[in-house]
Write a protein that binds this ligand. Sequence first.
Ligand SMILES: *Cc1c(COP(=O)(O)O)cnc(C)c1O
Ligand SMILES: [Zn+2]
Length: 411
Amino acid sequence: MGRIEALRCRECGREYPVEPLHVCEFCFAPLEVVFDYDEIAKSISRARIEAGPRSIWRYSDLLPGGEKRVDLGAGLTPLVPAPRLGAELGLSDLWLKNDTANPTHSFKDRVVSVALTMAREFGFDTVGCASTGNLANATAAHAAAAGMRAFIFVPADLEVGKIVMTAIYGQTLVAVEGNYDEVNRLCAELAGTYDWAFVNVNVRPYYAEGSKTLAFEIAEQLGWQAPDHVIAPIASGSLLTKIKRGLDEFTRVGLIEKHPTRISGAQATGCAPVATAFKAGVDAIRPVKPAGIAKSLAIGNPADGYYAVKAVRETGGSMEDVSDEEIVEGIRLLARTEGIFAETAGGVVIAVLKKLAQAGVVRPEEKTVALITGDGLKTIEAVSAGSGPTFTIKPKTSEFEAKAAEMGVKP
Ligand SMILES: *Cc1c(COP(=O)(O)O)cnc(C)c1O
Ligand SMILES: [Zn+2]
């Protein structure tokens, strides 16, 4: 099982063997993977990582699994400077981590690659997942490539792009008449009766580690340094907490200097239980019924919400939520200024970045990285109104010239 020593309860610290387990029997808190960092620090190095595969598996020293990799090439996505968007928002050192460039066009390929690798090492031949869409795409594709069987459960009202992008891989796609939280509860129950690896239920501790690779890559791509500020979207809250863990681990094993990176969280107002708790200054997340266009972030009862609030408070970051109109505006702003077409979750991040920049929370000179976690082609209906041709003509030069002249453009 690679370099994992054990699983450990995040609350009481009790240790468990490296098995498909996810909650502590005593306090029902989530379990987390334990590594021996002193041992890892002896062999890990920048050079060794740079010489590794062009995927998340270049960081295999700090990931679960290893021998039976399920690798479609997730990770090592572009980290690009965003000078034009930065100029609009008054930020002089803004960067975008473009995770639309993953095999199934979202950051979920990272977590699924790790989850299915561990599922295979545990001897499972069948996997399952409860998904808001992107996890379904990633699980179906990775299962197909690994020759595994997959049962994928999604809310029935998902965007058509996400349904097609899952069904195409020939696995079993189950549409459930309910919201994500109901789908997730169903999967938790099924995990007790079917001997399958549910990527975000019984193998969740391993799955969650995949998100750290976003932080690893950002540090490597910035020339082996941590950024000043990261803006992360929140669904279950797992991704955000693992950004912190990833940077802490890189520091711990000596790959980067210690640096106080602030982490801020982004939610849609239609489903903002974590941002609401943060703003109210409380720890307890009060579940909500999700609404709005940001379906990939629509988790009303987020498993890691409490830990996301904690990570943001500890690092001195902030949280905000934005309306559907602001999300659409965020998608358009990003596309118009930087040439990246993001799904609604990306619109959430850009709109929240804008809000935090206006409030002075994101400071003008900070090296800030915004996470763009999914591709716009997945949620085309969010922007299809008002995204048509500028004009339509017959195939005649005179028609074009007339229209161009109206725009003040002459031959
Ligand atoms: C799943 C998802 C997230 C956030 O995931 P967490 O559950 O908070 O780890 C962010 N962006 C997109 C596009 C996603 O699909
Ligand atoms: Zn415990």
